[in-house]
Write a protein that binds this ligand. Structure first.
Ligand SMILES: [Mg+2]
Length: 378
């Protein structure tokens, strides 16, 4: 009989900075990414149970490790592992000021690890601890066709279709005339049966976004993701009034408060928090629940992240009544293929679906040799 989570005490918190070269550069309206980092957070306990979490730390991973080990760890060591919500609120006060930025991303790594411990102690998958919806698999969409010239985009679309994805995301940028032409081109090449959406990574001003949004609506795209800067809430509201394509955002939000306005007035149709940024499973669940209360769908963001973020997102997806579809990399990066051993058949995309792990906690076994191999350079 494993010990109960509330009897287990935290003995150590270790943050591992990891860096990988991407199998294929990611090109968005922001630029070109050849390599990215994450932080793997290990929480040890006196029961011999270790939990793992992931912090979104694309750049400067050692700065995140410093934050976790100097500001968060002293508030955790010696405390009961099972008091997850209490720890979230205590860690939130580890720095001063509004909730956001590196602090909430650092908390995400710790929080996911605590849920992993809770599940292992209970002998249950996190999806079940979250209430479960009885799902053994979830729908995913491919990310992504990168922004590039027409021929490159056509080739990338063909490669994702060949992998069997029935839903595909396309990156869009400026100039608007090129974007509108490529929106039509992608629809023509994909055919009418493939579900397409677009991610602009804040590429546009409002008037440009209206033009692109109308092209998306005319070509049957299911959502327009992050057309404007996340702080421009008034712009999102006006865009919603001026074009018919559903709007999606949320990967840039750290907490439920930052999603409040656009979810509560249903400017957004789809909320996309990233569990490794938005305070872990505890806060991401709050965001998904808040969205559900306003008839807004939950669609986890996991772009450029590792297997721990992806798996935590699968558990959240499996337990959320308003879950719609999860992001899934077409080109599996080393953070997803090397960092953990999966149960046979688990988490391999097939026909646009991923299995929900059935093992305790996250249901992952970390490969610590891979953690050493992928360690960020000094
Ligand atoms: Mg995005």
């Amino acid at each position: 009989m494993p010990p109960k989570a509330h009897d287990i005490r935290i003995t150590d918190v270790i943050a591992h900075p990891l860096t990988q070269r991407l199998p294929k550069p990611t090109v968005t309206s922001w630029g070109r990414y050849e390599q990215v980092s994450i932080v793997l957070v290990e929480v040890r306990t006196d029961a011999g149970i270790t939990g793992v979490g992931e912090t979104l730390a694309r750049f400067a991973p050692r700065a995140y490790c410093n934050l976790i080990e100097t500001a968060l760890k002293p508030r955790l060591v010696g405390q009961p592992a099972g008091s997850i919500a209490a720890h979230w609120h205590a860690l939130r006060r580890a720095l001063s000021g509004r909730a956001g930025g590196m602090l909430i991303e650092a908390i995400a790594g710790v929080d996911i690890a605590l849920w992993d411990i809770h599940g292992k102690a209970a002998g249950l998958p996190i999806a079940t601890l979250l209430g479960g919806m009885g799902r053994s698999e979830i729908d995913v969409y491919a990310a992504a066709v990168n922004w590039g010239d027409d021929a490159d985009m056509e080739a990338e679309l063909a490669a994702l279709l060949a992998q069997g994805f029935p839903r595909i995301k396309v990156k869009m940028a400026r100039p608007v005339a090129d974007a509108c032409r490529r929106i039509e081109l992608m629809r023509k090449r994909a055919g009418d049966d493939v579900e397409l959406c677009v991610d602009a990574n804040w590429a546009y001003g409002l008037d440009e976004a209206v033009e692109v949004g109308r092209a998306l609506a005319a070509n049957g795209y299911v959502w327009f993701e992050e057309p404007l800067e996340p702080e421009n809430e008034q712009g999102y509201e006006e865009l919603r009034r001026r074009c018919d394509v559903p709007l999606a955002a949320g990967e840039s939000n750290f907490t439920v408060d930052q999603a409040r306005r656009l979810v509560a007035n249903r400017t957004l149709s789809v909320l996309q928090p990233d569990v490794a940024r938005a305070g872990g499973i505890t806060e991401t669940r709050r965001m998904a629940d808040f969205a559900h209360a306003h008839d807004v769908a939950y669609a986890p963001h996991v772009g450029m992240s590792g297997i721990v973020c992806e798996t935590a997102s699968v558990h959240l997806s499996a337990a959320a009544p308003n879950f719609r579809v999860m992001e899934c990399e077409g080109d599996r990066s080393p953070f997803k293929t090397e960092l953990a051993d999966l149960a046979p058949g688990c988490l391999r995309q097939q026909g646009g679906r991923l299995d929900v792990p059935t093992g305790p906690g996250l249901g992952l076994t970390i490969d610590w040799d891979a953690v050493r191999r992928l360690r960020s350079p000094e």
